[in-house]
Design a protein around this ligand. Structure first.
Ligand SMILES: Cc1cc2nc3c(=O)[nH]c(=O)nc-3n(C[C@H](O)[C@H](O)[C@H](O)COP(=O)(O)O)c2cc1C
Length: 324
């Protein structure tokens, strides 16, 4: 299990235990002690199993847009079990949600030590790209390779999007961000390009209060903005209507834009389209014409609480290659 550790002395205890067991990588006492001391103040994750610390990872901010994978260690008995990958996934999620754009990591250039060559292959397999080699950063015998990873690629954003159902900060969302999000929505594909999806951006506090008052049970009560999704059942061809697929594509595009811009949201559709027809009450508040169905509410705002990815079935169970 991957856990985020808050307590400074626990961080130091874990990093000491693991780094002291990894002599091939952390044999220089001064630098090992520095890693341990610095880990006390850094975002810190541990992989723990039956009270055994299997590995840990710390991040440090190196610039407003960049986090560095400051140190990571997995005990040798647990190598090749996906622990480093899971630790990194948690750290990457954290950095992306905090709005950082890049993660860098410094290592010894490939071709000097076998152990580091393996580490470098691991970083590359995570998606890190070579940025630069600094021959004198440490010393001539240990040329420093900097790897970099963008947290703002479409694929990275997809991996860090999760439904957010917590409280929002009171900060309003600038109109230009809401327009960018809405544009992502209407840029989505639609069957035969029928463009069956319309959107309403709601920022007016009175309207937001009226909408929130009909959301029962209450959700998104503190959201400073909402995007309301409307659909029209226009046939794409013959009797084929792709309106559901059209608005689903638009919603996913918007969720990704929301996350990329540093906000959070949740696809509220079931909640508002059940028998109690909250959607019709919201449609009436917003003067939606009869030919449109209101199908989804996307709150938009900055998260005030931390949150986690839900567990999902593993890729190997759901993705089939060359047949089921
Ligand atoms: C069609 C659809 C309807 C949804 N309706 C609701 C809803 O009414 N309330 C809610 O809390 N989440 C709703 N969700 C969000 C899902 O619960 C969520 O996507 C799922 O649990 C997976 O979590 P993730 O989004 O963090 O990956 C909906 C998602 C979809 C695709």
């Amino acid at each position: 299990m991957i856990r985020f550790i808050e307590d400074a002395s626990e961080r130091k205890k874990i990093s000491r235990q693991i780094l002291e067991s990894l002599n091939e990588w952390f044999e220089i006492e001064d630098s090992r002690e520095r890693y341990i001391a610095e880990s006390a103040d850094q975002p810190f994750w541990v992989s723990v199993n039956d009270d055994v610390y299997e590995g840990f990872l710390c991040l440090k901010e190196t610039g407003k847009a960049t986090m560095e994978l400051a140190v990571m260690g997995v005990i040798k008995e647990c190598h090749r079990k996906g622990i480093g990958r899971r630790l990194f996934a948690a750290a990457k999620d954290y950095a992306a949600i905090k709005g950082y754009e890049f993660i860098q990591v410094k290592t010894v250039r490939t071709g000097i030590y076998d152990d580091y060559d393996i580490t470098n292959e691991f970083y590359k397999s995570l998606g890190f790209k070579e940025l630069e080699v600094l021959p004198d950063y440490w010393d001539e015998a240990n040329p420093c390779q900097i790897y970099i990873m963008s947290l703002k690629s479409a694929v990275a954003t997809i991996a860090t999007r999760h439904s957010y159902r917590g409280e929002y900060l009171r900060e309003s969302v600038p109109d230009e961000d809401l327009i960018t999000i809405a544009k992502a929505g209407i840029d989505a594909p639609s069957g035969c390009n029928k463009q069956t999806t319309d959107l309403i951006i709601v920022t007016d506090p009175d309207l937001l209060s009226k909408i929130k008052a009909v959301l029962d049970p209450p959700v998104a009560r503190t959201a400073p903005a909402m995007i309301i999704v409307l659909t029209r059942r226009i046939n794409a061809y013959r009797d084929r209507c792709f309106a559901i697929q059209d608005y689903s594509a638009a919603i996913e595009n918007m969720l990704l834009a929301i996350v990329e811009l540093g906000y959070q949201s949740c696809w509220y559709e079931g909640h508002i389209t059940d028998e109690d027809r909250i959607c019709d009450k919201v449609a009436s508040i917003l003067n939606v014409p009869d030919e449109y169905d209101l199908v989804c509410i996307l709150p938009v705002g900055k998260a005030a609480e931390s949150f986690h990815a839900p567990s999902k079935r593993p890729l190997s169970e759901r993705v089939h290659i060359n047949g089921f």
